[in-house]
Every structure is written in structure tokens, then in C-alpha cells.
Design a binder for this molecule. Structure first.
Ligand code: ZN
Ligand code: ZN
Ligand code: FE
Length: 764
């Protein structure tokens, strides 16, 4: 007996070829019915025998298109009588009052498109903007909803007949692919070479490859912005790029044509290979291999490369024949946001780029490359994001409760913002450090465009409790809306809880660089107990003076002197290079600053402790990029190693909060350095292992007192692989249930999610 069922399917099911897929599935089962987009996803009716219907819906669930993500399939209605359908139909959607669909992130070019790209018989042979419903730009070109061509930057390119036919054919891979285009109707790329302004080569991409092979630096338009490219095997070109970009030592990312090309210079395991080749195409941190032929100045002193595989058709056309790997770094001058508009690129980058490979498909929202890393945690490998942007934004994180519509504006560094819609928390792409006008504009654009895309009118703004952040100032300027200040490390903790759907109280081990504390001091080595609603600081790293404030972040020797002063009473008595290398005057000034607390705020930052120890051990006294000292201290050791002998430290249990006191450890390390005993690597291992002991013993004490055995690890210091893996393993062995970040960065890039969760919980 045939029956008719009505289903609603939610998730990422629009703009990803979902309706034609359902159409084809229904046809292949010879079932009648219809499907249409609605405000929550798609609604469909399907008619047949119960067993046929079960088989059909099973296939819909399991074989959905690459970019689709089904969150739920709900049976709305079931009836046994009624008219028979004449075949299966795709109904064009009515625009509903509130769009609730999820826009897909931007995706790398798919296998099918790649095959066509290199097929001389295909009408899109070598066409640099080839795409289909399974791949290509999305988030970066959307101006608003509903998601169709009119609302994208492709509106400027009316489709030719052939493209239109594909667009309207449910059997075609390009059915309703909004950015569909071809040589006849679509956007073009061209080369502008400042040294030969009159020339307009017929093969701009081939010409660009030639320039790169000759050692030139070229700005190349990508999905979310411009890259600056140079031949990665040409030491001179890479060094020149560093000089022009004013970027001294911070590693550059590499782009390779294929997995095989990447394997020549990097170690790639199974999980990493899969992630590298995924359509999200993040930059992945991979161990260097010896003799890969990559210029050392790409990532000087680092044990890993940041690697991304070619993800636009242009990249694939560029990286062929003798040029399989290039440096692909964001098209900006240090600290500024990445250039994404042609005029902007031409204006800002001529000092850096010899030539520009431009294109006229406009980017509406600039989006950087994402960065991720695979880490071993116990018996499994987890991927953890370090920067969440292209390929991931705007996929939401599901909150375990339903906050009201709100906006969280994030912290100051590595800023992201977050908007809520129902249980979905939408983290923006990585915006950057809110320190200049350009980044601030891009912060405001992100808020505006994301609210428009999601059709959310926030009724509340969450911000960091730091009074001096630009994001805090922005929140306060929105006079019509109430604001909620969220403590920085509470936000870190809440972000990790939220990712894992936790609502019961947890123990948050939050190791961080900088965050404004409830006592006005700079926090960052915190053991918090609480949930979204509130928290208690049950233990902290002992406060230490930071002579010069922010300058001490760039000059870790200042922290080392302060730690020595604290541990020994006076650093002058300690006979170690970090003291001896200071001038007499420097010693006097810094000594007085620390002594009297002049321009020397107190901090409990774990990040600073790592910096200070790095300087004490002679690893690095001055940083040229964020966290360089701590990174180099970690690179001396292997993530899975453990020292046989720990350093001494104390837990002051009777204080409120309890104090994790590193003074004995500082004295011991200083003694070893004085005696010249132990290499920096050995001492680094002993220090790192001791920090694991701090984590374990402090957590045990807290579990004893509170009975809480669920731990979340968050904060920028957990980018340290040794520490993340070690804490996870040590705590797990002791019977804790340990959660680490998997969807959003453990660094400040994840803070806006936590702010949204905390403010949303309070207002739900
Ligand atoms: Zn495709
Ligand atoms: Zn066309
Ligand atoms: Fe932080």
C-alpha cells in the first residue's frame, strides 16, 4: 500500500546540490514527490511503499553531496491516501520570513572540476574559475541571503546559454551552482607586471609561473584574498620576500601542487594526508624532512613547515611543470589585514610584489587561510585548529542550550566575533589583531556581513572585561544594546565546554598569554572551577612582575630577570648569561622597576613563565613574532618525551586561590645554568615535564576538594604540543575526563565563542 511522507531535513542543505541529489535519488528509486528549500533547510514529500521509502531516505542520509551536512531528518507527516505524484519535482523556493539555512564555507576545487580543467575537449579547459555545486567559492562572495547568484559578486556576470542550461538541469553537476561560469561568460584573470606595464600576455597564469621560476615575487588572487608567492626552492627570492614584507623570522606557509610534492619535504601521516586533501584545505603544520630542497629561510629554525595544497583552479594551473611548491603568504605588510580587493592590492603591495595576477571575480569578505595541526592524544590523533577561517567559516558550533540572539565581539589579539542563531553559534573568520584602523574596519565588516547573512539582530553584546580593548570600546558604542563583560579565561573555558556540549561544572586549566583578571591584574596561569554561569579561581600561578608591561612580551629577558629577582631576592647575584649580558644601566633600571613595581604589572601568565625560562636557558631573549621564545623552547624536545628527574615547585594549598609557586624551579634551573650543567634541551625537557606535574598535582588537589573530574584545557599556551599531549595523557591516566579544542582555536581565536556562551547562558 503506497503512502506519502513529508520530511524536513536540516543542516547545510542549500547551495550544495542537495535538491538535485534528492531528485536523482528519487528518480533512481522511481518514486514521485517534490522537494523545496524552506527557512529551516529543505522539505520534501515522497510517495511509495514503506520499504522503498526507507531505502530512499537511507540513501539520502548516507550519500548526500560532499558539501552537504545533514543535522536532522524529521518525519513531519505520513498519510496513506491522496493523489499520486507524477514524477519528482524540484520546486523553486519561496523566500521565507527568516532564513535559517546554513551557508557553506568556501571549498577547494573538486576532482571532477579538476579533470575538466585539464581536459582539452572540455569547454572549460584551463578556465581558472571553474567550479560546481561540490566546490568553489561561497562565503567569500555572498553579499546577503537568500543565497543565489544575484546576492553574490557573480551577479556582474550574466550566464551564457550553455552555463544556463547546466544551471537549470537537475541532472547536471552545476544545477543551481551560483558561481557557475565559463570562458564565454565568466570572470577572467590577467597579469600586471610593473616592469612591463604595456604587456598583456595571452597566458597570464603560464607567464606568472615563468616569473616565479625566475625568482620574482608575485601577488596572486585566491579565494579569500591575495597571496604573495615566491619559488620556495629559491633561497634568494624567499629572503627578498622577507625583506620586502618586513617579516624577519616568522615562518611562511608553503603551497604545493599535490600530496606527493608535499611528501618530498615534509612528513605526512594518514590523518594529515586526509586533512591536507580535504576540500576545506587548511594549512597544516608538518614535520620537516631532511633534504627536501626547500629554502631554509621559509621557516628558519622551525622544525615544521606550514603546508597547504593548491585549492583554486588558478593554483593548479600555476603549480605545474617544474614549479610544484611556492611560498604562499598572506598579501599584506606585517600586522595589516590581507589584501582582497584589486585596487587595494595594487595600492598596498607594489613595494612587495613584482607583478600581480589579478582577477575580476570580486571577493566580498576577505578570509585568510585556516591553520591546523594533528596531535597525538593517547591512542588517537586529533586535529586542532590554530586559525579558523577559509573552509570552516561560517559553519556553526552547536551550543548545548538556546541563547537569545547575541553578538560577542572577541578579545584584542587573534580576534574573531561570534553571532548566535538558535543553538547555532557562528564564529567569524579570523580577523586579526585589533591594533590598527584597517583591522578595525575588517572587524566591523565581519559583524555587519555575518549578521546580514544569518539575518540575526543581536539583542545583547558580549565583550572582554578588559576596559582598553578596541572590541570593548566598540561594544560600548552600541548604545541601544545591553552589554555583558566576560572575563577572558572564563571565556576560554566556556569555549571548550561549549564545543563539547558540556553544561555541568568543570575544572578549567587555562594557560594563556594575557587576559584581564577580576582583580585588575594580568591573568594567564589559571585553574578555574565553574560553568557558563560563574566561575571560581581555585588556583593560579604565583604573580610575578612584568617590567615594562607589553615590552616584556617582546623581550623575554625582562621576564627572566623578574623571575630571578623573585626567586633569589636579587637577580644581580645570579651568574647567568641573561643577567651578565645586560649593561650596568639596564640592570639598575630593571632592578628598580621590579623592586618598586614601576610600570611593572603583576601577572600570573603561564605564557610569560615559558618566555622567561626560554631566556634564562639562553634560547631566546627577544621575540620577533608572537610567542617565539616559548615555541623555540618547545622545539628543543619531542612531544612524547618525559624527563626522569623533575624540578622542584610548590603548591601553597592554604592560600585563596591556591598558589602554584615556580620559585624553587627557577632557582634550580638558574643553578644548572650557572654550573653549565645540562644542555638547553635537557633543561627544557625537565621544565616542560615539571609543568605537567603542576597540572596534575593541582588538578588532583582540586578534585579532592570539589569532586570535579572533568577537565577542559584551553588558552594559547596549549598550542604547545608537548603540553597539550602531556596534560591530556597525564590527567587521563589519573582518571580525569579531559577535553581539548577541536572546532575552534585554543588561542584567542576561540574566545568570542566562549563570550557568546557565557552571555547567552545568562540571558537564556
Ligand atoms: Zn567542482
Ligand atoms: Zn558560460
Ligand atoms: Fe587568551
Amino acid at each position: 500500500m503506497p503512502e506519502t511522507r513529508r520530511y524536513q531535513i536540516r543542516g547545510v542543505v542549500q547551495g550544495v546540490g542537495f535538491r538535485p541529489f534528492v531528485f536523482r535519488t528519487a528518480e533512481s528509486h522511481s518514486l514521485g514527490g517534490w522537494i523545496r528549500n524552506d527557512s529551516d533547510g529543505v522539505v520534501l514529500e515522497i510517495q511509495g511503499n514503506p520499504s522503498q521509502l526507507e531505502a530512499f531516505i537511507e540513501e539520502v542520509r548516507t550519500n548526500a553531496p560532499t558539501l552537504a551536512r545533514i543535522e536532522s531528518v524529521a518525519l513531519l507527516e505520513q498519510r496513506s491516501n491522496g493523489e499520486a505524484f507524477d514524477g519528482f519535482a524540484i520546486q523553486t523556493s519561496e523566500r521565507s520570513a527568516q532564513a535559517r539555512t546554513l551557508v557553506s564555507p568556501d571549498m577547494g576545487v573538486c576532482e571532477d572540476c579538476l579533470r575538466e580543467l585539464f581536459d582539452p575537449a572540455d569547454r572549460r579547459h584551463l578556465y581558472p574559475y571553474i567550479n560546481c555545486t561540490n566546490c568553489g567559492p561561497r562565503y567569500t562572495i555572498i553579499r546577503g541571503v537568500p543565497y543565489d547568484r544575484k546576492m553574490t559578486t557573480m551577479a556582474a556576470f550574466p550566464m551564457c546559454e550553455a552555463c544556463e542550461r547546466e544551471y537549470n538541469d537537475p541532472y547536471d553537476r552545476r544545477f543551481h551552482a551560483q558561481p557557475v561560469a565559463c570562458w564565454d561568460c565568466g570572470p577572467r584573470v590577467w597579469l600586471r607586471d610593473s616592469r612591463r606595464p604595456e604587456e598583456d600576455p595571452a597566458d597570464p597564469i603560464g607567464e606568472t609561473a615563468g616569473l616565479l621560476r625566475d625568482g620574482a615575487i608575485v601577488a596572486v588572487k585566491g579565494l579569500g584574498g591575495y597571496h604573495l608567492m615566491a619559488d620556495a626552492r629559491n633561497e634568494e627570492a624567499v629572503a627578498e620576500l622577507r625583506r620586502r614584507k618586513r617579516r624577519e623570522e616568522k615562518p611562511f606557509a608553503l603551497m604545493s601542487a599535490s600530496l606527493d610534492a608535499a611528501r618530498e619535504y615534509a612528513q605526512v601521516d594518514e590523518v594529515e594526508a586526509e586533512l591536507l586533501s580535504s576540500i576545506a584545505r587548511p594549512i597544516l603544520l608538518l614535520r620537516k624532512r631532511r633534504g627536501g630542497g626547500i629554502a631554509e629561510s621559509v621557516a628558519p629554525g622551525s622544525r615544521s613547515w606550514g603546508v597547504v595544497l593548491a585549492y583554486t583552479p588558478t593554483h593548479h594551473l600555476l603549480l605545474r611543470d617544474e614549479l610544484d611548491t611556492v611560498v604562499a603568504t598572506s598579501g599584506n605588510v606585517s600586522d595589516e589585514p590581507i589584501a582582497f580587493e584589486d585596487e587595494d592590492a595594487l595600492e598596498r603591495l607594489p613595494e612587495i610584489a613584482d607583478a600581480f595576477l589579478l582577477g575580476n571575480r570580486k571577493i566580498f569578505t576577505r578570509v585568510d587561510d585556516s591553520i591546523a595541526r594533528a596531535v597525538t592524544l593517547g591512542d588517537r590523533t586529533e586535529v586542532t585548529p590554530l586559525r579558523r577561517a577559509r573552509g570552516y567559516t561560517p559553519s556553526p558550533v552547536k551550543a548545548p542550550f538556546r541563547p537569545p540572539p547575541l553578538l560577542a565581539v572577541g578579545p584584542e589579539l587573534k580576534n574573531t566575533v561570534c553571532l548566535s542563531r538558535g543553538e547555532d553559534l557562528f564564529l567569524s573568520h579570523h580577523i586579526g589583531d585589533l591594533k590598527n584602523e584597517a583591522t578595525r574596519r575588517s572587524f566591523e565588516h565581519a559583524i555587519e556581513s555575518l549578521s546580514k547573512l544569518l539575518e540575526v539582530q543581536p539583542g545583547l553584546i558580549a565583550h572582554d572585561s578588559h576596559p582598553g580593548y578596541l572590541s570593548t570600546a566598540f561594544a560600548r558604542e552600541q548604545k541601544a544594546l545591553p552589554t555583558v563583560a566576560v572575563q577572558h579565561h572564563h571565556a576560554h573555558m566556556a569555549a571548550c565546554m561549549c564545543e563539547h556540549g558540556l553544561t555541568d561544572p568543570v575544572l578549567g586549566v587555562i594557560f594563556d598569554g594575557t587576559g584581564y583578571g577580576t582583580d585588575g591584574k594580568i591573568w594567564g596561569g589559571e585553574f578555574l572551577v565553574g560553568d557558563y554561569g560563574s566561575f571560581e579561581r581555585v588556583a593560579q600561578l604565583e604573580y610575578c612582575r612584568l617590567p615594562g608591561g607589553d615590552r616584556a612580551v617582546e623581550e623575554p629577558f625582562r621576564v627572566a630577570l623578574s623571575l630571578l629577582q623573585q626567586a633569589h631576592g636579587s637577580f644581580s647575584e645570579v651568574d647567568v648569561p641573561v643577567v651578565n649580558e645586560r649593561s650596568e644601566q639596564e640592570r639598575q633600571v630593571l632592578g628598580r622597576m621590579i623592586e618598586q613595581g614601576v610600570n611593572s604589572p603583576l601577572t600570573s601568565s603561564m605564557g610569560r613563565l615559558f618566555d622567561g625560562i626560554a631566556a634564562l636557558l639562553g634560547v631566546r631573549e627577544r621575540c620577533r613574532y608572537d610567542a617565539q621564545a616559548a615555541i623555540e623552547l618547545e622545539q628543543l624536545i619531542e612531544p612524547g618525551a618525559r624527563a626522569d628527574r623533575l624540578l622542584d615547585w610548590e603548591l601553597h594549598r592554604d592560600e585563596q586561590p591556591m598558589r602554584v609557586d615556580p620559585r624553587p624551579l627557577v632557582r634550580e634551573l638558574a643553578g644548572e645554568v650557572e654550573r653549565g650543567a645540562g644542555s638547553a634541551a635537557e633543561l627544557s625537557l625537565r621544565f616542560h615535564s615539571t609543568v605537567l606535574d603542576m597540572v596534575l598535582r593541582t588538578c588532583l588537589e582540586i578534585r579532592e576538594r570539589t569532586g570535579i573530574a572533568t577537565v577542559v584545557l584551553s588558552g594559547g599556551v596549549f598550542q604547545n604540543e608537548f603540553l597539550l599531549r602531556g596534560s591530556f595523557e597525564t590527567l587521563s591516566e589519573a582518571g580525569f575526563l579531559v577535553h581539548v579544542h577541536r572546532q575552534v582555536p585554543t588561542n584567542d581565536g576561540g574566545v568570542s565563542l566562549g563570550q557568546a556562551a557565557v552571555a547567552g547562558w545568562g540571558a537564556r
